[in-house]
Design a binder for this molecule. Structure first.
Ligand code: SF4
Ligand SMILES: [Zn+2]
Length: 185
């Protein structure tokens, strides 16, 4: 076993005291799934487990506290195995940080293959990374939307400031006119 794979030895689900709960990781019953997830949230290697499950595209069972739906959403793979469009902006798969904390990058694909590079999402909070072109596109779309929102808010601020200054100047001119009129009377 390579040093990278040694984390499995620390897995909470591998401990003999949890032997009767192992099948819960592949159960269809909600309360059993919840028990499996609670083991994951107490597991010292949850982060490595999520990373490995996403790298190996483990689409069945509970891994790192994520159920099949959550893993499929992170990888943007629907129940038919097709790449799907995201309905919502992604959050971090490990620490649940919001989309604003996620970044994207293009990295070399380790195993080569048809494409030389792949799109990766990275959490700036916990540093976990996972590969998903659709999630990366959704993160980029979020940042573009946010940048446009901030730019609009800045444009509105400048516009309102100009209106206020114009009104102030108008009022000053009015006051000066009124004062001059008063003097002549
Ligand atoms: S995170 Fe969950 S599935 Fe992964 S090793 Fe730990 S207990 Fe097992
Ligand atoms: Zn995170």
């Amino acid at each position: 076993m390579s040093s990278e794979e040694r984390w499995i030895e620390q897995a909470e689900c591998a401990k003999s005291k949890h032997i009767e709960k192992r099948e819960f990781f592949f159960s269809n019953k909600k309360y059993e799934q919840e028990q499996a997830k609670s083991l994951c949230f107490a597991c010292p290697v949850r982060k490595q487990c999520i990373k490995s499950a996403l790298e190996e595209k483990q689409l069945y069972g509970i891994w790192g506290g994520l159920d099949q739906g959550e893993i499929r959403r992170a990888l943007s793979i629907n129940w038919e195995g097709q790449e799907m469009r995201r309905g919502k902006y992604p959050i971090c798969v490990y620490c649940s940080a919001p989309t604003a904390k996620l970044k994207t990058k293009t990295v070399k694909r380790p195993a080569g293959g048809r494409w030389a590079t792949m799109r990766v999402v990275e959490c700036s909070n916990c540093k976990i990374e996972w590969q998903s072109r659709t999630s990366a596109n959704a993160v980029d779309a979020y940042h573009a939307w946010l940048a446009e929102r901030l730019a609009k808010s800045e444009r509105d601020r400048i516009k309102n400031q100009k209106i206020r200054e114009k009104n102030k100047a108008k009022q000053a001119a009015k006051d000066a006119k009124a004062a001059a009129k008063k003097k002549t009377i």
